[in-house]
Design a protein around this ligand. Structure first.
Ligand SMILES: Nc1ncnc2c1ncn2[C@@H]1O[C@H](COP(=O)(O)OP(=O)(O)O)[C@@H](O)[C@H]1O
Ligand SMILES: [Mg+2]
Length: 335
């Protein structure tokens, strides 16, 4: 049998692509001026990964993930991370049932397919680890039992950049469980004006009978779209470029001795995998059946900034992961 027959038909691919473009348009009409965040959410959905989002309060982080979940056949849960949160508050616990004479597992919020882990750095390491482990292993162990997480499992964790006191920084070694680390800023003046209009409409709608609930994308379509993304063509030279970019983060001395001195730790193979999947997802969303160097460069900052750590010395000079990645992208020649 021809192996190509496993691939999605052109018609199916076009239908899935249309559904995702509609999804993006719907989200953009509800969340204005945050197109990067919306695009990253869709890329994470298509690449089967999780997002860490850093942004001030009130920038529509909660609204964005909630709006996405409302348009998928998937339940949503939000967990506010606080210093007194316990791993079991996230994972669930075994509860004794005297009438049955046995324990029964009460699943926690982590078993929701779309999960917002709000202010993840306000909970201690034990809780953070419970989440990060589950994200990596797609299962949760409670007592002597292991429970699989839902097939769709999308976590968006948030961090507030302005409040550092009393927080617990995420372990750097585990940060690479996040497909992307997205930083968002304040909207432009036009978007902010549009936000006012949207807020008025919402306030009005809340006083009357609520409108039609949005159409929900079946999960089978999400999984089929993921397959379509995996079917895209990546030229060998582009694959090589992508790998070079990640290798350069480990051995920057080949390009620039100063850069090498500034990097304490480079990206792992998890970084290469993430870079490839995100570039593919971006190309697919753009309606192409092949990936370009531009796709790789466009996603590189969000995919790599938390995987490339500055040396102590470089940190003192004001370098962070973001700046190092920008420099790597500048140094590694395009294919
Ligand atoms: N870009 C935006 N588009 C539409 N509404 C917005 C936008 N930014 C903020 N808002 C509105 O401001 C409020 C705060 O948003 P929220 O999602 O709770 O922010 P966050 O979770 O980032 O703190 C909500 O009512 C939200 O609808
Ligand atoms: Mg919020």
């Amino acid at each position: 049998m021809d192996s190509r027959s496993d691939e999605l038909s052109t018609g199916t691919n076009a239908r899935l692509h249309d559904a995702f473009i509609r999804l993006r348009e719907d989200l953009s009409s509800e969340i204005v001026g945050q197109s990067a965040l919306i695009e990253r959410l869709l890329i994470a959905l298509l690449a089967d990964g999780h997002l860490l989002v850093e942004g001030a309060p009130g920038l529509a982080k909660t609204s964005a993930i909630r709006a996405l979940a409302a348009r998928l056949e998937a339940d949503f849960a939000r967990v506010q991370f606080t210093p007194d949160l316990l791993p079991a508050d996230l994972t669930g616990t075994e509860v004794w049932r005297p009438q049955d004479g046995r324990f029964e597992f009460q699943p926690g919020p982590i078993f929701h397919p779309v999960l917002l882990a709000d202010e993840i750095n306000r909970a201690p390491a034990k809780v953070q680890s419970a989440l990060l482990e589950a994200m990596g292993e797609r299962q949760v162990t409670v007592g002597r039992h292991t429970y699989p997480l839902p097939q769709l499992f999308l976590v968006m964790a948030t961090q507030n950049p302005i409040e550092q006191e009393g927080t617990f920084p995420l372990p750097e070694a585990q940060l690479d469980r996040f497909l992307m680390y997205v930083r968002i800023g304040y909207p432009e003046v036009e978007a902010e004006t549009e936000i006012l209009r949207l807020a008025r409409n919402r306030a009005r709608a809340a006083m009357h009978a609520s409108g039609e609930p949005p159409e929900r994308l079946p999960l089978a379509d999400v999984f089929a779209a993921r397959e379509a993304v995996l079917d895209l063509h990546v030229a060998p030279a582009l694959e090589r470029y992508l790998v070079e970019l990640v290798l350069a983060s480990r051995d920057a001395g080949r390009y620039d001795a100063d850069l090498a001195r500034r990097i304490a730790w480079g990206a792992s193979p998890r970084g290469s995998i993430a870079l490839e999947r995100c570039a593919r997802a971006r190309a697919w969303l753009a309606g192409r059946d092949f990936v370009t160097p531009d796709d790789v460069r466009a996603v590189a900052p969000d995919v790599l900034r938390h995987r490339v750590l500055p040396s102590y010395e470089a940190t003192a000079e004001g370098w962070d992961g973001e700046r190092l990645v920008a420099e790597l992208v500048k140094q590694v020649p395009l294919p």
